[in-house]
Design a protein around this ligand. Structure first.
Ligand code: C2O
Length: 566
């Protein structure tokens, strides 16, 4: 449904009179039986679809989504990467910005999409429900023009994962023993692909015309893994990351950390035939215990090709632990100066934080056989604080902030780790002070419009893993990334202050660090967390509470009347 109102939009330096519309959807959330890999599973879906419906908007549009929850779980939906300026109430994070929509209840998310275009996605932000409750969120340019030649067609490619078991039960069990629920297959647009039993007809197929260029809108919606993606014999040109345009970057392979998106141009310029597209994990550690080591694939078929004539050509993917390839792809992207919505790096820093991110352990409850080393539970932390959601407090953090209620959270999240140590290489497994982090609900307060610079330093206290750090309500510049312990004197020289890539999720390298900078221009409460679901649940999270600005226009409005009660 589209209603037209008029607004003035500036595009490519021209002031154009353009129309902003209302994009309205209703999502019915319910259980559904879906068959994959020879078995039926009950999963939670929106409008009967897996993956869920794609939302198309034009930059500047108002979005209204009515969510009716008929599933047995408490649900929230989050619009991953949308700035939500002055609409923190619509960010959809359970216990952070709202309580879950209960069974039989509904809530309407209302927000405006402004200052960004490209590919994002929406997903459930309560328990593990985002495994099956997610979909693409595509923001089209207001003037219809891209900073690259107009593609012939656009194709969303959602990478996900599949659990050949009752996933939500398995996840609950995993939580008790402090371990992980490992998926059984990755998926492309919901299909595991023809390497799996009963999956010959559950393979994504993309038809192409020879000589045409396609815009692939690729999303990594998998719960716990970074994924390599390749199409045999073809090249990609990366043109956007996390809905920010990049300088065109040509490569034959891409990688997406959990929570990241990439827009890539793909030209069907090879001999008429069929070619596999394939995704496999980038992980440090070992499958099958710690992650799913399988490969998913789909098929690109050229018009006029007789699919019986030959088998599709298969691409060669890198080994799971290929950190050099992953680092190259993550670190070589730059933003496109002057592109729509491009912002220069804010020059003066008001707040500096140095935040360690890593995995540790937690004591095992009595009479339980825990899955982590030393028969303990896995835990995770930021600056040695292991975050717990304020369950059972009757209010989300945002409500507590807005109504000035104490006892839900504290504002003493530290700017630095409690101890300085050899973060990446120390063999500290038995140093109890570093391996056990206190559980807390500590957040960091930020002044409105302050410029924040953060060094995320990965730790190897238990095991080094890549952590895709995601910040809600803001995108940030990625100034530099590297390995070892961050050294301010040496590594400042590596900062790209001219055209750094802009992200909402940065993959902090295993055994390394990343430096980001952003302006806290949006009052409200913004979750900050590792987008690997397990790590977030183990405590690799905090929140930024951005204070109101000086005027009513720069302050957070009151909550919508239908905000779910706890
Ligand atoms: Cu897609 Cu809190 O994240």
């Amino acid at each position: 449904m589209k209603l037209l109102v008029f607004a003035v939009a500036a595009a490519w330096g021209l002031a154009l009179l353009a129309s902003a519309a209302i994009v309205e959807h209703t999502f019915h959330i319910e259980n559904k039986i879906v068959k994959r890999m020879c078995h039926e599973q009950v999963i939670v879906v929106a409008n009967g679809q897996f993956p869920g419906p794609t939302i198309h908007v034009t930059e500047g549009d108002n979005v209204i989504i009515h969510v009716l929850n008929n599933s047995p779980y408490n649900i929230t939906l989050h619009w991953h990467g949308i700035y939500q300026r002055f609409t923190s109430w619509a960010d959809g994070v359970e216990y952070i910005t709202q309580c879950g929509i209960r069974n039989g209840h509904k809530f309407t998310y209302k927000f405006k999409v402004i200052g960004q275009e490209g590919t994002l996605f929406w997903h459930a932000h309560s328990f593990g429900l985002r495994a099956t409750l997610h979909g693409a969120f595509i923001i089209h340019p207001r003037n219809g023009r891209y900073p690259f030649p107009k593609p012939y067609h656009q194709v969303p490619i959602i990478l996900g994962d599949w659990y050949d078991t009752n996933f939500l039960d398995a996840l609950e069990d995993a939580l008790v023993v402090g371990g992980v629920a490992v998926s059984n297959a990755y998926t492309i647009n919901g299909f595991p692909g023809d390497l799996f039993n009963c999956s010959q007809n559950q393979t994504f197929k993309m038809k192409v015309k020879h000589g045409k260029t396609y815009l692939l809108r690729i999303i990594n919606a998998a719960l716990n893994n970074n994924l390599f993606f390749k199409i045999a014999n073809h090249k990609f040109t990366v043109v956007a990351t996390d809905a920010s345009y990049t300088k065109p970057y040509v490569t034959d392979i891409i990688i997406l950390a959990a929570g990241q998106t990439l827009d890539v141009l793909f030209k069907a310029d090879q001999p008429t035939g069929s070619y596999y597209m394939a995704a496999s994990p980038y992980g440090v550690g070992m499958p099958p215990d710690l992650f799913d080591g399988t490969m998913t694939r789909g098929i690109v078929v050229y018009d006029g090709h007789n699919t019986r004539a030959s088998r599709p050509i298969m691409p060669l993917l890198p080994p799971f632990f290929d950190t050099p390839t992953s680092f190259k792809l993550f670190s070589n992207l730059t933003s496109l100066i002057g592109a729509p919505h491009w912002v220069p790096v804010p020059p003066n820093v008001d707040e500096r934080m140095f935040i360690t991110v890593g995995i540790g352990l937690d004591m095992c409850p009595a009479n339980v056989n825990c899955m982590g080393p030393l028969n303990q539970k896995f835990s995770a932390n930021m600056n040695n604080e292991s975050f717990v959601l304020p369950k059972g407090k009757g209010k989300s953090i945002l409500e507590a902030f807005y109504y000035n209620v104490s006892g839900v959270y504290t504002t003493d999240f530290p700017d630095n780790p409690p101890t300085v140590f050899d973060y990446t290489y120390g063999n500290l497994t038995f140093n109890v002070s570093l391996i056990h982090s206190p559980k807390s609900t500590k957040v960091k307060k930020l002044k409105f419009n302050s410029t924040v610079e953060i060094v995320f330093q990965n730790t190897g206290v238990l095991k080094a893993q890549s952590h895709p750090m995601h910040i809600h309500g803001h995108s940030f510049h990625v100034l530099a990334q590297g390995f070892g312990n961050y050294n301010a004197v040496r590594d400042k020289k590596k900062f790209n202050l001219v055209n750094p890539q802009v992200r909402n999720t940065v993959a902090v390298p295993a055994g390394g660090w990343a430096v980001i900078r952003f302006q806290a221009n949006n009052p409200g409460v913004w979750f900050v967390h590792c987008h690997v679901d397990d790590h977030q649940v183990w405590g690799l999270a905090t929140a930024f509470v951005v204070e109101n600005g000086p005027t009513p226009e720069t302050s957070l409005p009151p909550p919508p009347a239908d905000l779910p009660k706890c």
